[in-house]
Design a protein around this ligand. Sequence first.
Ligand code: UD1
Ligand code: MG
Length: 423
Amino acid sequence: MEIKSVILAAGKGTRMKSDIPKVLHKIFEKPLLGYVLDSVKDITTENFVIVGHHAEEVKEYVEKNYNNAKTVLQTPQLGTGHAVSMVCPYLEDYSGQILILCGDTPLITSETLKKFVEYHNSNNSDLTVMSTIFENPANYGRIIREQDGSLKCIVEEKDATLEEKAVKEVNAGIYILNWAKVKPAFSQLTSNNAQGEYYLTDIISWGKKNNLNVHAFILENSDESYGINSRKDLAEASKIMNTRKLNALMDSGVTIIDPNSTWISEDTEIGSDTTIYPFTYIEGKNQIGKNCKIGPCAHLRGDVEIDDNCKIGNFVEVKKSKIGHNTNAGHLSYIGDSELGANINIGAGTITANYDPITKTKSKTILKDHVKIGSNTVLVAPVEIGEGTNVGAGSVITKNIGEWALALTRAPLRVIAGWVKRK
Ligand code: UD1
Ligand code: MG
């Protein structure tokens, strides 16, 4: 059956103490909302993002980065149930399924969402909520079950009795529903509760009352439902995401010398027998080949493709660049907007000057195979250096150089004998 998603992202996020909307706070330079939108990428045909607080900024991010997502404005924000009801006008004739998620839970994976959908379908469920077990369930909605274990309702912390508060099974905030069956609930929700809000969670008891088939899917790895409400939560979620990535890389044959000081984004692929040295930070989308050495203290900033057997050493920053096999940049360099061929050596302190601060434009540096760049060279882009050419140390290269040449810009060396003694 066709699935569309509704992602709730209109709330204020008061506890972040920020001028930036909560869902645009970042992990590895990617907004939280981006992780949620990516998690449904292979599952849904269309995604509705409910926006309210700082709506314009969230809308701009979504429209710029996700062409199958549409933002829907919710003003004022009267609760999670009210938020979902905003999509009703867009789904009048829709007879598929709706997957509901929150924009502030970036750790959910598409594998789990696929299992969740499978569970819903194989139980012929009309409405399935994802639950998880928390030792400390404070602040979450509690899953209340009947004597026979079947689902009864969800009770929010602020409305819960002492007995209900003791329940450790909580609402993870993810739902799937057969839209045609559950749609009427959204015109019948009420706000008779401690917070005076239209609770999405009330669709469970509504479903029971209307004889729908209602289920809870228990999420085994509760980390995936981790929601971000504060800066501390953001740091914790970043750590969980990083640990998950490092473990997957080590399982696939990558050596990480010190997992405690290494940060690698989810969207980075690394080939086997590559070693990542301590204090390396890799953000954005990157591809690193086999048998490379990266770091210590390297910084890859995204859109970086490194072929096999390369070395990116200490204090080397690389951004939006392609690097061919057997190429080395061992020390203290910046490589941005560049295309480097194979078997190149970049001397210490080489800089690609890619940015013109007057026109605010960036230009490309192209180095063909076998080029050798001497230490402390500035390559002022746009610039291209032909195959096999050597550039002398300390040069500032401002125009294209052909193949197999020596290029250098250097003031002649003066030696004045006895100068010091005479002084
Ligand atoms: C909600 C659930 C709770 C669950 C928890 C999981 C309800 C009533 N409660 O509580 O059972 O355990 O999530 O994290 O649903 N939002 C809007 N519009 C609104 C209100 C909220 O878009 O009018 C968005 C928020 O931006 C957020 C999400 O909905 O992304 C959840 O809202 P939040 O206020 O954080 O709900 P919780 O109290 O965490
Ligand atoms: Mg919340």
